[in-house]
Structure formats: C-alpha cells, structure tokens
Design a protein around this ligand. Structure first.
Ligand code: ADP
Ligand code: MG
Length: 228
C-alpha cells in the first residue's frame, strides 16, 4: 500500500432537517483517513449512518465539516466542479442497484457518460466495463429481465465506466445469495488489485474481515477504526 492518505475527513457532521422538530443528527463529529488503494468496510446496525457517510464520501450529499479527497477540499467546490470530480474519480454503487428497468444493460451503463466530455469512445468504454464484470453478452437485455447478481454486475459496470479511482458501494451483496455475493466481492477485490480504492458498506462480517480497514459506526459515531 502507498503511504498516501487519499481521503481525510475532519469533524464532519450531518444533520438532516436542520432546525426542524424532527431533525436527525445522522453523523456526529466523524474523523477518518483512508489510504490510496485500501479496501474499506463500513459496518454498523441499520440506521447507524453508513449510507449517509458513503453518500458524503461519494460527493452526492452535503455536510458540515471538512472532507478532502486527493487533497481537494470538497466543501469549497461548486456543484458543477463537484459533478466533474464525480465523473472523473468516483464510481457509486447505490443500495438496491438503482438501475433503470426499462433500459437495456448497455443503456444503463452508458448513463454516466451522457454529460462526460472527456471520454470520446463512449461505446468502447461501456463495452470494456461490461467485459470487466463478465456481462458483455447481456448488453442488449432489458434490466427487468436480469437476476439480482446480473443487476449488481450492471450497477458495478456503470460505476466503472468512467474509469474511477474510487468505488463506493452500499451493501452491494445485500440482496444476493451467498454464492453470487462471493462472486461480486471477488470482483470488487480484483478491481482493488488493479488500483481502485474500494469502500463497501456491509452487514457481512466475513466480507468486512477481508478488507484492509474496518470502520464501525453506531448512532452516527465511529466506535471502531481498525487497519490491518
Ligand atoms: P444506515 O445506512 O446505517 O442504515 P442511514 O445513513 O441511512 O443509516 O441513516 C442514518 C440516520 O439518518 C437514520 O436515523 C435515518 O433515518 C436518517 N436519515 C437518512 N436519510 C435521511 C433523510 N434524507 N432525511 C432525514 N433523515 C434521514
Ligand atoms: Mg444504508
């Protein structure tokens, strides 16, 4: 592993519905560091704040405090700069796939490229991503016709299509049987060995124990932060 810290979060707080009666302090003074090329597991009970933290790391949600990604101060970026950063560095695999059922596999994986001006060979990029996840032969199928494991491969292909440096995956094996789950995790680790930093939210301790770095959250607080 390189010594370089690529993610640094300092005194980060997330309050939903700030100022309202039903406001939620979802993350409470979070501090953490993630090195380049780590595999990181974020664990904790339901409602602990795992997805909130993952969304913030993926630069799709705002927060109070400091977050540096590759030394870029995320809270100082405009929305348009943030969206450029996302499309150049970040791949996101959301909980329950978040695919468009009526689109084909190819069309789903293409979606992050519609507004991407850097990538010229869009079709080639989609096909390369589909080959990496082993589903090139499914490119013309509608997502509604696929199994859960195939859908997760589509979601990972869509995260890969921009050649990201980071992949943030929210319970990527949550709804899969154990064999398919093993295949998906193996694939994420392979991507890591090719240089991508991987952050996985998971309930599965067997998966967490395979990661370099385990962060446990409870009620919005980090209660364990272990690097192996
Ligand atoms: P986890 O992923 O660990 O299950 P979440 O990050 O989804 O937890 O949620 C943490 C807390 O924040 C929970 O109490 C949840 O109800 C609350 N929460 C999450 N999203 C929102 C939202 N958009 N508005 C208000 N509260 C939210
Ligand atoms: Mg969640």
């Amino acid at each position: 592993l390189s010594e370089a810290t690529m993610i640094e979060i300092k005194n980060l707080n997330k309050i939903y519905l700030k100022g309202k009666k039903n406001m939620v302090h979802a993350l409470n003074n979070i501090n953490l560091k993630i090195d380049d090329r780590e595999t990181v597991a974020i664990i904790g009970e339901s409602g602990a704040g795992k997805s909130t933290l993952l969304h913030i790391m993926s630069c799709i949600d705002n927060f109070d405090g400091e977050y540096y990604l590759d030394n870029i101060d995320i809270n100082k970026l405009s929305e348009s700069k943030k969206s450029k950063l996302r499309s150049s560095k970040i791949g996101i695999v959301l909980q329950d796939f978040a695919l468009i059922d009526d689109f084909t596999v190819f069309e789903n994986v293409m979606t992050p490229l519609y507004f991407n001006k850097k990538i010229k060979d869009k079709k080639g990029s989609v096909m390369r991503a589909l080959k990496k996840t082993g589903i090139a032969s499914l490119k013309a199928k509608k997502v509604s016709q696929l199994s859960g494991g195939q859908k997760q491969r589509v979601a990972i292909s869509r995260a890969l299509v921009t050649s990201p440096e980071y992949i943030f995956a929210d319970e990527p094996t949550g709804s899969l049987d154990s064999k398919t789950s093993d295949e998906i995790i193996k694939m994420l680790f392979e991507l890591n060995s090719n240089g991508i930093t991987i952050v996985i939210v998971t309930h599965n301790l067997e998966i967490a124990n395979q990661c370099h770095h385990i962060i446990e959250i409870k009620d919005g607080n980090i209660i364990k932060d272990i690097c192996s």
